[in-house]
Design a protein around this ligand. Structure first.
Ligand code: ATP
Ligand code: MG
Ligand code: MG
Ligand code: MG
Length: 476
């Protein structure tokens, strides 16, 4: 089943059940706690908080999401994208646990010929919050799922709140057993690779205080009206229904892998290390296009830095596959063709998207060529000397003279089995800042042009991996 069809079935299922269909919000939503929208509920927050009366009792949407916090998982697990689509249904003081479980179960188990996803009920598992026996009983009652396939989990996994005092509640997740060839017996608490999480149902029922129940804080009372917030991963369902091995091989992501194969002459599926690169490339290309489509441009901090980081990671991965010529505008076209039917702004805004990608790629290729030579030499010398740690002054030189962000150096080092003396690097950075402060003139004579990332570190001091730090306050 194609992704477009999965989206359609989801929305149909919930509109038939009285939900108002609401379009996706932009990835850049006006929310001070979030770099990017990372869940379907973000645009509905004011209704959940009671700040604004909800215009409808029930809603459904397919929300564009970016989770930069998952970037290190991309290509390595079977299920993490940086950009993905979260399908959701929401109840504002209307139906609660029972309705949420029923609606979800019906959709995923109804036969394909009957408008559902046709998942085998015998392969489905659920988790509930450790103090939520009510939901465990409901799962059994509504779906007939045996007690041993409903597992209890602690607050880290199965308690949700917005990261601030206010609404909170237990959640309950649905998992699909991919089978013994994918890992160990025993349900999602044992193995989250074999048991794939597809859907999270949040039961907003209570009010938390200053300290979250996640950290042992108390529940202050019941919410006057109880709400439902759910999120189903479209790519994950696609990966199950398309009979492929992971989210990167689904119909809207896989085409970029195909293009990267053509460019590189390497074949996907032939070598594990290459495969991870192919998957990173396909994932990041899509995220890059979606972000630029929503108005982000590459830059030195915040959202722009995340975008820059994603795009540069594609270029570097292509290098590692032996490709030195520009690729980003080509990939952008492939993403446009896949995602355009759902997101027409990618088609109308394509020239701008491709131009931004082209410019970023050109700038980075220049940096990369000179910096990589220095890096390789330093790595070789470190290893030849029997060391496992790249010296801090090398990382500093790469940063200062060649504009290598420290995270790039860390990543390249780790590929070589090396670590980096980060403390040493930071000390040198600090010394440089101090010198610059002491003599403002010396700053002007530095290598300012080459070191675009210096500003990031100056502005943000010790914040590491700034670009990845998604404030996932609302992540479940
Ligand atoms: P996981 O434990 O697999 O990282 P999660 O518990 O962090 O997932 P939720 O916050 O519960 O995910 O999000 C709701 C749903 O969105 C998940 O059940 C999953 O189907 C989907 N989802 C979450 N993160 C991603 C991602 N990085 N890529 C693709 N789909 C995702
Ligand atoms: Mg997660
Ligand atoms: Mg999870
Ligand atoms: Mg979850």
């Amino acid at each position: 089943m194609e992704t477009h069809e999965i989206n359609k079935r989801f929305l149909d299922h919930f509109t038939e059940r009285g939900h108002t269909q609401v379009p996706s919000a932009s990835l850049i939503f006006d929310d001070p706690n979030l770099l990017f929208v990372n869940a379907g509920m973000v645009q509905f927050k004011p209704y959940f908080l009671g700040d604004v009366p909800p215009p409808y009792p029930r809603a459904t949407s397919i929300q564009k999401c970016v989770r930069t916090g998952d970037i290190d998982e991309v290509g390595k697990t079977t299920r993490h994208n940086t950009f993905f689509q979260m399908a959701g249904n929401f109840s504002f003081g209307d139906y609660f646990k029972e309705g949420a479980i029923e609606h979800a179960w019906e959709l995923i188990t109804a036969p394909v010929s009957g408008g559902g996803f046709g998942l085998d009920p015998a392969r489905l598992w659920a988790t509930v919050y450790e103090h939520d026996a009510e939901s465990a009983a409901l799962w059994h009652k509504i779906t007939g799922i045996p007690a041993e396939r409903v597992q209890y989990r602690g607050a880290d996994d199965n308690y949700w709140d917005m990261g601030v005092p206010g609404p909170g509640g237990p959640c309950s997740e649905i998992y699909y057993d991919r089978g013994p060839e994918y890992g160990r017996e025993g349900g999602p608490v044992v193995d989250e690779d074999r048991y794939l999480e597809i859907w999270n149902l949040v039961f907003m029922q209570e009010i938390r205080g200053e300290v979250s129940p996640k950290k042992g804080g108390p529940v202050l009372g019941e919410l006057p009206t109880k709400n439902i917030d759910t999120g189903m991963g479209i790519e994950r369902v696609a990966y199950l229904l398309q009979g492929v091995e992971n989210v990167y091989e689904t119909d809207l992501v896989r085409p970029v892998i195909g293009r990267a194969e053509e460019f590189s002459g390497h074949r996907y599926g032939a070598d594990h290390t290459d495969d991870v690169r192919f998957r990173v490339i396909a994932d990041h290309a899509r995220s890059g296009v979606m972000l630029i489509g929503d108005g982000v441009t590459p830059g030195n901090d915040g959202r722009g830095y995340v975008l820059r980081r994603l795009l540069r990671r594609i270029v570097r991965s292509m290098r590692l596959l032996g490709v030195h010529e520009p690729v980003l505008p080509e990939f952008a076209a492939v993403v446009r063709d896949a995602m355009g039917p759902s997101y027409p702004e990618l088609v109308t805004g394509f020239d701008r998207i491709a131009d931004i990608m082209r410019a970023e790629e050109e700038a980075f290729l220049t940096t990369l060529t000179s910096g990589s030579r220095i890096f390789d030499l330093a790595a070789e010398q470190t290893k030849a000397g029997g060391g496992a740690i790249l010296a801090g002054d090398k990382a500093f030189q790469l940063h200062d003279t060649y504009g290598f962000p420290i995270d790039l150096t860390l990543e390249m080092a780790s590929e070589q089995g090396l670590r980096v003396d980060e403390d040493g690097f930071r000390t040198l950075m600090q010394e440089q800042r101090d010198r610059a402060k002491a003599d403002a003139a010396s700053r002007k004579s530095g290598h300012g042009d080459l070191s675009v990332y210096r500003q990031v570190l100056e502005r943000h001091g010790e914040t590491r991996f700034l670009g990845y730090t998604d404030l996932q306050a609302t992540a479940r």
